[in-house]
Design a protein around this ligand. Structure first.
Ligand code: F0G
Length: 455
């Protein structure tokens, strides 16, 4: 069969409230054209993020009922711990309430002024947690990653020469090397097994541990299976185990590739580091057998980890994003290629060349998608990155719009609807306005800035 169907059927439904463009124009005005200020029940297709937005399975909900809420030693923790260890065999597995809590604990121990933490590309909370300790976060992704048209199969790979060069120069300042799989930048671009092993090799030669930011590890493993020589006949769990066999630790957001609505963990082999992390955990998250989570959340993660490495699911998952990417490309809409694991990125600057970067083409496209079709997406461009600490503004490297796909939530007809809304946007593209900011905070302005259309 040609059609890759959604490998699940629907048992519980959440109604979508259908709204009209007129209604949404009014809602946009009230929200000062900031989509973070729009109420979720006024959104028809919510592609703001794939984080915490998964549909849980019947088995996960059944496990939720089993959740034991003991303060110490809950069986839920031991089920969670063994589910993690089956894929990622670390000695110490420390639950946290989400990914950034694991990052905050790790960098409160190994960060600090003068320290340098390299990665392919740090996610913004990772960078934030590193910088909050006074350390410096360095991104060393391969050059191909910065060209949206370049179809390199592993655009998340670390630039090995630059990593080696940094280690040679600054080894004393570097407590560990990180690698984000998949690389969120560009929509979840994978890192090859070869690259993971090479990064580990280089780090270990300098006596540095490798920590993997593993939020989308299963999508990464399936890309390895599909694209890397010699991996096609191997099982996804085996590839996952290979990815982590060379690592010394990991941070994880269970809100992505564990199908959970909340949760995360920090794991490592090193006993001393684990002791320090657990001490910190008790202050900020909770006792080490629940770490900021309810027992029921730990159960949902344990089952989710089992389900996420299913190849039928992963095949459907990657194909459903690729499908949207192909159809947008056929409409002449520039996107980041190849499509990543969890999102399609539209190049709004190239799509709307009549809007200057400082008039936010990404914001214009995101607003049009909501106004015309009730779709919520996320600007990743000059609104997000353009404000400098001294209060001046400069265009970001790119003005992109991210369509992030929640897991197991939307069907192909929802995808077809998204494409139809883009057809309408294409018809109106010359008339889409730029925006100006009428109020903004000093940091992280994209969450709360107020806008108005120009003209
Ligand atoms: N690392 C990566 C690569 C991420 O994408 C995220 C979250 C985190 C760490 C932090 O995890 O949200 O559980 O604290 N990314 C979400 C997104 C928010 O929309 O891309 P968290």
């Amino acid at each position: 069969m040609k059609t890759i169907i959604e490998p699940f059927r629907i048992k519980v439904v959440e109604p979508i409230r259908l709204s009209t463009p007129d209604e949404r124009r009014e809602l946009l005005r009230k929200a000062a054209w900031n989509l973070f200020a729009v109420h979720a029940d006024d959104v028809m297709i919510d592609l703001l993020t794939d984080s915490g937005t998964s549909a849980m399975s019947a088995e996960q909900w059944a496990a939720v009922m089993r959740g034991d809420e003991s303060y110490a030693g809950s069986p839920a923790f031991y089920r969670f711990e063994s589910a993690v260890r089956e894929l990622m065999p670390f000695k110490h597995i420390i639950p946290t309430h989400q990914g950034r809590a694991a990052e905050a604990i790790l960098f409160s121990i190994v960060g600090g002024p003068g320290r340098i933490i390299p990665s392919n590309t740090h996610f913004d909370t990772t960078r934030g947690n590193i910088e909050a300790t006074g350390a410096t976060a360095v991104d060393l992704v391969i050059a191909e990653a910065k060209d949206p048209e370049n179809r390199h199969p592993f655009k998340g790979n670390m630039d090995l020469e630059r990593l080696e060069e940094l280690l040679r120069r600054e080894a004393a300042a570097i407590p560990l090397v990180m690698l984000t799989v998949t690389n969120n930048a560009g929509g979840g671009q994978p890192v090859s097994l070869e690259n993971i092993r090479a990064v580990a090799n280089i780090a270990h030669r300098y006596g540095k541990p490798l920590f993997i930011d593993a939020c989308r590890f299963a999508e990464n493993a399936y890309f390895i299976k599909c694209r890397e020589a010699g991996q096609a006949t191997r099982s996804v769990p085996d590839i996952v185990r290979d990815m982590f066999a060379v690592a010394d630790g990991m941070t994880m957001s269970a809100k992505k590739d564990a199908f959970a609505n909340i949760g995360g963990w920090l794991a490592m082999h090193d006993d001393e580091l684990a002791d320090a992390a657990r001490n910190r955990l008790i202050l900020t998250e909770g006792f080490p057998t629940y770490g900021g989570l309810a027992g029921r959340d730990l159960e949902a993660i344990a089952v989710g980890l089992h389900e996420i490495v299913d190849e039928q699911y992963l095949r459907y998952r990657l194909r459903s994003n690729e499908y949207i990417g192909e159809r947008l490309t056929a409409l002449g809409i520039p996107i980041v290629k190849p499509v990543g694991g969890h999102a399609v990125f539209v190049d709004a600057r190239r799509f709307l060349p009549h809007i200057a970067a400082l008039q936010y083409p990404g914001q214009s496209l995101a607003v049009a998608l909501y106004e015309l079709g009730g779709i919520r997406s996320c600007e990743i461009g000059t609104v997000m990155f353009g404000l400098r600490p001294d209060g001046t503004e400069a265009p970001a490297d790119m003005d992109l719009v991210r369509l992030a796909m929640p897991r197991r939530v939307y069907t192909q007809s929802h995808a077809d609807y998204v494409v139809e809304v883009f057809e309408e946007v294409v018809r109106l593209r010359d008339r889409l306005p730029g925006f100006r900011i009428t109020w903004q905070p000093r940091q992280l302005r994209h969450f709360t800035a107020r806008f108005e259309p120009i003209g």
